[in-house]
Design a protein around this ligand. Structure first.
Ligand SMILES: NC(=O)c1ccc[n+]([C@@H]2O[C@H](COP(=O)([O-])OP(=O)(O)OC[C@H]3O[C@@H](n4cnc5c(N)ncnc54)[C@H](OP(=O)(O)O)[C@@H]3O)[C@@H](O)[C@H]2O)c1
Length: 264
């Protein structure tokens, strides 16, 4: 008898009924993933620092029948993260999936950048990942049912770039943190922790790179076997896969989400 259950295959990508907590839900990738979780039948708890944008997302999602709520929190501030998780648990009873989608950059060369500005990037992109994953891990361990964590880092986590000592270092730290979190949390508590490492996805900040006539766009295409830059929806399938039972044997992975950028 071939050892795979039909019921497992039929349901392995499902997140239906799960509670998905999304940080940076106001951002280009976060809002698309939050809505995708909702379309897939999850209860969606969104967080970010911008009340107006979160409220607008809540209204939009609810109008489409998505069960969702939000709380304001700065992901690098322990007290705010703790309160945000408590608000999620008060609303939905638990947290099953964490998607970390917030991020920040202010590129500057090492000679021009202040230590304060560098630290701000480190706090936003690295310390915050520790704070959010630590508090969510504590909650998931209390629940005793395992869980899934998907951390959005960057292809810049693996390679340097002028003006990016803050961004590359923080994203590299977050990827290595994911490796360590998997060692702490998967075997003992059934919590899988993986990162997704994107190249250029369309957002307010990257829109200018999508002009097909620009040198930046043409240079990127030389390194993109997929033949185009990415739309936020390109990231949904991978994130849902890493949030579902289909990826139970995958943990501590820094997953390429780049359209083949690494192979050229
Ligand atoms: N788009 C790309 O091309 C690309 C490529 C590689 C990696 N990434 C990474 O993917 C993630 C999502 O990217 P995105 O394009 O969706 O970004 P985005 O549109 O700029 O949104 C990111 C969200 O992060 C929050 N944020 C901004 N500054 C922050 C700070 N100092 N501290 C805490 N939160 C802050 C903001 O929400 P609030 O203001 O509501 O807090 C913002 O909506 C980020 O980690 C980014 O570095 C993106």
């Amino acid at each position: 008898m071939v050892a795979v259950e039909k019921s497992f295959v039929s349901n392995m990508f499902s997140v239906e009924g799960k509670v998905a907590l999304v940080t940076g839900a106001t951002g280009a990738l976060g809002c698309v993933l939050a809505k995708a979780y909702g379309y897939a039948g999850a209860k969606v708890f969104m967080t970010g620092r911008n009340d107006k944008k979160l409220k607008a997302l809540e209204n939009e999602f609810k109008a489409e029948g998505i069960d969702c709520a939000y709380a304001i929190a700065d992901p690098a501030v322990e007290g705010q993260v703790d309160a945000m998780i408590q608000a999620c648990v008060a609303k939905y009873g638990e947290v099953n999936i964490l998607a970390v989608c917030h991020g920040y950059n202010k590129p500057a060369g090492v000679l021009e950048q202040s230590v304060e500005d560098w630290q701000k990037i480190m706090d936003a992109d690295c310390k915050s990942v520790y704070v959010v994953t630590k508090y969510v891990a504590e909650q998931m361990v209390r629940q005793g049912k395992g869980g899934k964590m998907v951390i959005v880092t960057s292809q810049r986590s693996k390679r340097g770039m002028a003006g990016y000592t803050g961004y590359c270092t923080s994203k590299g730290g977050a990827d290595l943190m994911v490796n360590c979190l998997a060692c702490d949390l998967t075997a003992k508590y059934g919590i899988n922790v993986n990162s997704l490492c994107p190249t250029v996805f369309r957002s307010e900040l990257t829109e200018w790179m999508f002009d097909p006539e620009s040198a930046v766009y043409k240079n990127f295409l030389v390194r993109e076997p997929v033949g185009r830059l990415a739309e936020p929806s390109d990231f949904v399938g991978y994130a849902l896969f890493l949030s579902s039972a289909a990826s139970d044997f995958i943990t501590g992975a820094n997953c390429d989400c780049s359209g083949g950028y690494l192979v050229v």
